[in-house]
Write a protein that binds this ligand. Structure first.
Ligand code: ZN
Length: 272
């Protein structure tokens, strides 16, 4: 056997190995996924709210999985949102937008990237929206465009209702440029990437090498974009406490008493 025959046979072996690599679909339908130490059972990950108990990575989850965590399973109602005109531009790139929508809908069982639900946290009625990255990368489509969401959030502010944002991995682009940055309070899950423009674009603009943790939740917390980085298991509790304080409901802190004390102090100061 000469060197050429050997090389061809080696190439065939490599091809066989590559052919056996699982597809995205195989991985999605498997009981296993992967994390820091290799394969991990999805069931084990699910039992820990889809957070790896070795490295703490907060894996991406669907809208329904997120509602299960913040409201409790079967303790919320999905609010149907109107379906906008599907593809007014008849957009086609490598695929048509209609085809992309069809694939995303089959994959996620959602009509668009956003889902809205209402339920209770700490006994307080809450309406929550979540975005599914598996739906065309959480694309801000016609239903959830930047202008409409910004106007909707202004309505909350006009009615003195608190708006709390929790960044999850990844929060980027139009979402960062609109409703994600308009919260009264901003939480983030650990390790989430919070981005407007990508690292390469910024580095080439400012002509500087950026730190390795640039655009992580922990980095933006240090620089004031995030109020607190919160573990997934603690988000329900943190949101519940905040709403109690902001709405003066079901709180262990007796704000009325605090108000009376403050008024007494003011009156005392005015009298003196
Ligand atoms: Zn891990």
């Amino acid at each position: 056997m000469n060197w050429l025959t050997k090389a061809i046979k080696f190439g065939e072996k490599i091809k066989k190995v590559l052919r056996k690599r699982p597809s995205k679909e195989d991985i999605a339908n498997s009981d296993w996924t992967s994390c820091c130490k290799g394969p991990i059972l999805k069931k084990d990950l699910e039992n820990n709210l889809w957070v790896c108990n070795l490295c703490g990575k907060h894996h991406r989850i669907s809208c329904r999985q997120r509602f299960d965590i913040i409201f409790g399973k079967n303790s919320y109602q999905i609010l149907e949102s109107p379906i906008p005109t599907e593809d007014p531009l008849n957009w086609v790139d490598t695929k048509s937008y209609k085809e992309r929508l069809k694939i995303a809908r089959e994959k996620t069982n959602q009509n668009c990237a956003v889902m809205i639900a209402k339920g209770k946290i700490n006994g307080i009625e809450v309406t929550a929206g979540a975005i599914n990255f598996d739906f065309i990368g959480g694309s801000v489509g016609a239903l959830a465009n930047m202008t409409r969401t910004t106007l909707a959030i202004n309505e909350l502010k006009n009615n003195n209702l608190p708006y709390i944002v929790c960044f999850t991995d990844p929060t980027a682009g139009g979402i960062t440029a609109s409703f994600a940055m308009l919260g009264d309070i901003h939480f983030s899950e650990p390790g989430a990437n919070i981005i407007f423009a990508g690292r390469r674009v910024i580095e080439s603009t400012v002509k500087e090498e950026l730190p390795s943790d640039f655009q992580t939740a922990e980095f933006v917390e240090k620089h004031g974009f995030v109020d607190r980085v919160v573990q997934r298991k603690d988000i329900q509790d943190e949101v519940g406490k905040l709403l109690s304080i902001l709405l003066r409901k079901n709180s262990d802190i007796h704000l009325e008493n605090l108000d009376e004390t403050s008024e007494t102090n003011i009156q005392t100061r005015e009298a003196s």
